[in-house]
Design a protein around this ligand. Structure first.
Ligand code: SF4
Length: 291
């Protein structure tokens, strides 16, 4: 890495950070309002607003889960837009795993009448409605995909969620100073957020990627940082935005990516897949440099 001009790698930065801050590590530090920052310690067991250590740690966790859920459902939103475009024949992507398409439609009680693109369009409509459900309207997808024993448990805890948009809105309000300081209620809120984002953004999105990219199989690939090569323009993409990554890989192969801004006489482009979840039967999704 140093030979390529990268002097500050992750490993060096970790070393320079030194000892971990235990207030931060245990969630006992708060910067939520202008009265802070507050740190919970033996001689100060409550923040200026009165929240205790358990409430503060649980509230910090809600904020983290909410933010991560937003990032995952952002990809879900792009996924919805993409499959709508596929359904309308306006996308370069196509349906590669028809069996999974039909399986998913049946699981969601969606009619499999019509063309594959029409079925995909109906799945997109179903998922979009789920995404927009308010917090008092439980997600149908959970009842269609989750094991019964889990559903009973989640119902008993009152955490079967609605769509992420409104769950996130509710959670964002709860974590305001003095709105909700109860660690148990806040912890249950984290679980609601996790279920909402998980079933929409992780489970549904993963199934859709299988439908579009093809279900994964085992393949060989390069996966470490050693694939970076200063003779190339290295484009690093990752699995959180697989649609862009897939297109970049394809463009890198066909030479449609323009030369870099400095006008260097670089060799061809290399698209490197970082954290790519799948390899699949789609050549453009292989976890290997495009050369
Ligand atoms: S919300 Fe409470 S604990 Fe957090 S910074 Fe403000 S006063 Fe301190």
């Amino acid at each position: 890495m140093q030979s390529m001009g990268y002097r500050h790698t992750f490993f060096e930065r970790v070393k320079r950070q030194g000892a971990i801050c235990h207030f931060g590590e245990q969630g006992r530090c708060c910067t939520l309002c202008p009265d802070g920052p507050c740190r919970i310690k033996r001689r100060a067991p409550k923040g200026k607003c009165g929240i205790d250590a358990d409430g503060l740690a649980a509230r910090n966790l809600v904020r983290l889960v909410n933010q991560r859920g937003a990032a995952y459902t952002h990809d879900f939103k792009l996924t919805l837009k993409t499959i709508k475009a596929v359904a309308e024949g306006k996308s370069p992507f196509c349906i590669k795993d028809r069996n999974k398409l039909l399986w998913f439609a049946k699981k969601l009680d969606i009619s499999t009448e019509g063309s594959d693109r029409e079925i995909l369009g109906k799945i997109a409509d179903f998922l979009e409605k789920e995404f927009m459900k308010d917090t008092d309207t439980p997600l149908d997808i959970i009842y269609k995909l989750a094991p019964e024993s889990r559903i009973k448990k989640w119902e008993s805890l009152g955490i079967v969620p609605g769509g992420f948009i409104f769950e996130s809105h509710e959670a964002g309000t709860k974590v305001m100073p003095n709105i909700d300081t109860d660690y148990l209620n806040l912890s249950l809120t984290s679980l609601r957020l996790g279920l909402s984002a998980g079933f929409l953004a992780n489970i549904a999105t993963t199934i859709i990627r299988d439908i579009i990219f093809g279900s994964p199989d085992i393949t060989k690939g390069y996966a470490d940082i050693g694939v970076l090569d200063k003779e190339y323009v290295n484009i690093v993409v990752h699995g959180h935005v697989p649609w862009t990554g897939s297109c970049s890989g394809k463009d890198g192969k066909t030479g449609e990516v323009p030369e870099n801004g400095k006008g260097s006489r670089s060799k061809r482009h290399k698209s490197l897949r970082k954290f790519m979840h799948r390899s699949g039967n789609a050549p453009e999704t292989r976890n290997s440099p495009v050369s």
